[in-house]
Design a protein around this ligand. Sequence first.
Ligand code: SAH
Ligand code: SF4
Ligand code: F3S
Length: 491
Amino acid sequence: MERIAELTILSPDDKAAAELPRVSADELAIGKKRLYIESYGCQMNFSDSEIVAAVMRNAGFATTSTAEEADVIFLNTCAIRDNAEQKVRNRLVHLNAFKKRKPELVVGVLGCMAERLKTKLLEEEQIVDIVAGPDAYRDMPRLVEEAETGQKAVNVFLSREETYADIAPIRLGSNGVTAFISIMRGCDNMCSFCVVPFTRGRERSRDPHSIVREAEQLFADGYREVTLLGQNVDSYKWLDDSSAARANLRSETAAADRPNPKSPVTFADLLARVASIHPDLRVRFSTSHPKDITDDVLYTMARFDNICNYIHLPAQSGNSRILELMNRTYDREWYLQKIDRIRAILGDDCGISHDMISGFCSETEEEHQDSLSLMEYARFDYGYMFAYSERPGTLAAKKYADDVPEDVKKRRLNEIIALQRDLSLERNQRHLGKVQRVLVEGFSKRSEADLSGRNDQNKIVVFPRGTHKKGDYVNVLVTECSSATLIGTVV
Ligand code: SAH
Ligand code: SF4
Ligand code: F3S
């Protein structure tokens, strides 16, 4: 599954980009300006681009899938590792050619890199007209207007409240079956390696009613899976009156006798609310933080068949000293106990994936071995694995030397990747000879004779098409597998 890992979700060569709404003849006839958006980074950025598209549509812009025909180009950027930023800088160089041909073209850099670099980006990249941080998207039409007068336009204010709860996203590059719903923004965790708290600001949760409404609308529109998104979904928290009423119902004590009659809507509550919309609406979520995921969440997952049996639980390291330097606030034992809890409550079949960083400051060979042994213990189904990249301004950049040589980081990363490949294969082999319920997302990448979808554990399953189509649930008997894919036939 495409996830938080740094990946280009709507890169120019991405097939999904081809599914972006094209400008209709009507829109062209009435002279609407055309907006092209390209998204980099995590699912949250992808989801934000859909908010931006909605804001711009409301301001009278049409969206287009081809950069060449655009009047306004936005790059929604990622700053998580240095190479994520390099990718954007290379793209800007490429866009220079467009601007030479069409000098009135407006180029905006949005998202995390914009927030990190602020006006410095204008100095470093001549082609950029607009710099807009993740909380400035309501302001995009005004920023474009300002840029059209030939001035540079900047809004990098971070908010403590903005959740865009009232904006109905325009689903870009959608398969019409699966969608993301942002349930919170920002992060208060301050892991020492991470720029996200600086680029996305303070953590805030979105009104649960607006989340449930969005999920209901998606279901009514034919979507069959929603992924609830946040940097740390387990710290989701919302105080509202209906939760107070519910708390009163639960409690024997009269509301007046209680010190705080309001009990918040927790992530477990929210999951249950979304899962109750319809048994055919699958629910996924990402990301869980090992320090915060509760038994309550695990029991809620066990209670609802339509909450997928899959948890993304980033580890970052398997060594307690490194975890402490990373400021992750848990140690190896805590992480392993969480794995045990998941297996105890949800069974051995629950899919678990992780994030791992190789070569963090001062990591020794032995400590690297601890990451490998943690992976062996957890038997992860999947992993997103990275070499440490120092980010300016972070705690780690200020306090610790980035002293593991590049080639050592790379070698350790390769060992982590190789082990994960073995573990993924082993975990996939468990499904051989078993029937999986698969939600069809579209044709397989290789051939239109085959369909592709995912099972409960988030694994890609490919099978001959038959009479089935996108959005169907089908039962597939798994007959073959690789470390990446399950292959089977409909039963
Ligand atoms: N909120 C999520 C992570 C979001 S960032 C969590 O806490 O788990 C996605 C992943 O990028 C992280 O889990 C981490 O593995 C990786 N990452 C973040 N900063 C990094 C850095 N400076 N160098 C390398 N990888 C990094
Ligand atoms: Fe970054 Fe840590 Fe927040 Fe995840 S929890 S976004 S790694 S600071
Ligand atoms: Fe996501 Fe990259 Fe920002 S991972 S939160 S887009 S820094």
